[in-house]
Design a protein around this ligand. Structure first.
Ligand code: C2E
Ligand code: CA
Ligand code: CA
Length: 467
């Protein structure tokens, strides 16, 4: 009996031990599974993360190498997500991300992989799309799905998405595909957002040029290379054909690349955080001209991105005064997008700039939202009508719109400048419509300071002999 009892006891102990062990094992397996899942998935949406995506692409490429076929990688970046977050809070932002994830999953097939790879960035691997037309169809459908209204927290919220896509075959590398889809996505953003772009070799060359320009700009700014980076000045004339001001425009000539237009260099400076330094250089050169011509108002362009810097107004005021110039001699040109942002910090900075005495001009009017009525609240001094506005005003109705816009501007005490006047006809249209100030190659192109001196002397002589 003792033997029997002890055998039973051993069996009981063993079985309890076995149960506890298998329970522990189960818990361990479960937590390992959880850890694995967490390592490969995004907590908020449950979608795969970058690691899982790369792994799926890798596997798929291996199959394609063996069996042929083609896939595609899509990179998605939401447009306007930051504004939703700022306006409605992070909680709504999170819900919005979940909703977008749900729409993407609904749209795609089981064999495809949807991953969340950043705050508002998603990536999609389409494992079997032999033709470009298939990729385009998917991109178009996603654009439509995402832009549908989201009803969240009693609000109707709209966001858009920019998509970059690249076609893939078995010989591609995952890192290359990710880079190319990213390049295409930035191209879609640059092209006005809310669209998709398929990667082409030309885009690669474009990115390489951007990288070179960024490097060269950094060097030129570090060396304070005033030979390469210059400011030219374009006269602004009043109705009596007298010069009343000049606009400073950046001119950059690189020894190897040749002249690089501001249309190319300024967006790069904005993107890579060099716009502040570049503006400082422009301000210094503009102040030198301001000292020589105390009667001229000097206009300087500011980028909207500079307004995210809280100390912009203080720094500009200090710099201008340090150069011995009154702030009131300087007019700062901003674009409409800045006013439309309605952000607190931009409004405050604008107020500080005005407080310091700077004039404020709204540039490129007629290319964007184009409503003067809201300018009232921003206390802008000048509005500059874009070249396209004057050019399109040729016939009855469009001339009437131009005249009405100028009259409205005058009614709220704005000075109205017509930009880009290229010929006598345009000058007369702008004159008849009531513009106060005129700028354009018809009067004078942007000039180096020495040429500006000549221009001013000659036009003064002309005025004197006319009198
Ligand atoms: P913007 O401020 O609208 O400047 C006027 C642009 O029109 C200048 O181009 C000028 O050369 C050009 N322009 C003047 N008259 C005529 C004309 O009769 N016909 C035509 N077709 N064009 C004319 P630019 O110098 O190439 O500058 C392009 C843009 O780059 C500027 O547009 C401005 O937004 C930006 N930019 C230039 N310099 C700076 C700068 O120092 N800082 C910042 N943030 N932006 C700058
Ligand atoms: Ca301007
Ligand atoms: Ca302009």
């Amino acid at each position: 009996p003792i033997l029997l009892i002890s055998s039973v006891a051993v069996i009981l102990i063993m079985s309890t031990l076995y149960h506890s062990l298998s329970e522990i094992l189960e818990v361990l397996t479960e937590s390992e599974r959880n850890a694995k899942h967490a390592a490969l998935h995004d907590v908020l949406t449950g979608l795969g993360n970058r690691t899982l995506l790369a792994d799926r692409i890798e596997q798929s490429l291996r199959h394609m190498k063996r069996d042929g076929g083609a896939g595609a990688l899509l990179m998605l970046d939401l447009d306007g997500f930051k504004q939703v977050n700022d306006a409605f809070g992070h909680n709504v932002g999170d819900q919005l991300i979940k909703e977008i994830a749900r729409r993407l999953l609904w749209r795609l097939r089981d064999v495809d992989t949807v991953a969340r790879i950043g705050g508002d960035e998603f990536a999609i691997w389409l494992s079997n799309v032999p033709h470009l037309s298939g990729i385009k169809t998917v991109c178009q459908a996603i654009l439509e799905d995402v832009s549908e209204v989201c009803s969240l927290a009693d609000q109707e919220i709209y966001v858009g998405v920019s998509i970059g896509a690249v076609q893939a075959t078995g010989t591609d590398l995952v890192s290359d595909l990710l880079r190319k889809a990213d390049i295409a996505m930035y191209d879609a953003k640059a092209d006005g957002r809310g669209c998709f772009k398929i990667f082409t070799k030309g885009m690669d060359a474009e990115v390489q040029r951007r990288t070179i320009i960024e490097k060269k700009m950094r060097q030129a700014l570090e060396n304070k290379d005033c030979q390469a980076l210059q400011v030219h000045f374009q006269p602004l004339m009043n109705r009596g054909q007298e010069i009343v001001g000049v606009e400073g425009l950046l001119r950059w000539t690189d020894p190897e690349l040749g002249p690089i237009s501001p249309a190319e260099s300024i967006p790069i400076a904005e993107d890579c955080g060099l716009i502040g330094k570049l503006t400082a250089l422009v301000v210094d050169q503009a102040c030198i001209t301001a000292v020589h011509f105390p009667d001229l108002q000097i206009s300087i362009n500011l980028s909207a991105s500079q307004f995210h810097d809280e100390n912009l107004a203080l720094r500009l005021e200090k710099q201008v005064r340090g150069n011995g110039i009154r702030c009131s001699q300087i007019e700062l040109e901003i674009t409409e997008s800045l006013l439309l942002e309605h952000s607190q910090i931009c409004g405050r900075t604008l107020g500080q700039l005005r407080g310091a005495g700077f004039g404020i001009a709204l540039d490129d009017f007629g290319t964007g939202y184009s409503s003067l009525s809201y300018l009232h609240e921003f206390q802008v001094d000048t509005v500059k009508l874009d070249r396209s506005f004057i050019q399109s005003a040729k016939y009855g109705k469009s001339i009437a719109i131009l005249s009405a816009t100028i009259a409205l501007g005058h009614a709220i005490n704005l000075r109205v400048v017509a930009e880009g006047i290229e010929n006598l006809e345009q000058q007369n249209i702008a004159l008849d419509a009531g513009c106060d100030v005129f700028q354009g190659n018809f009067f004078a192109p942007p000039m180096a300071p020495v040429e500006l001196v000549d221009f001013i002397l000659t036009s003064k002589k002309g005025q004197a002999s006319a009198a």
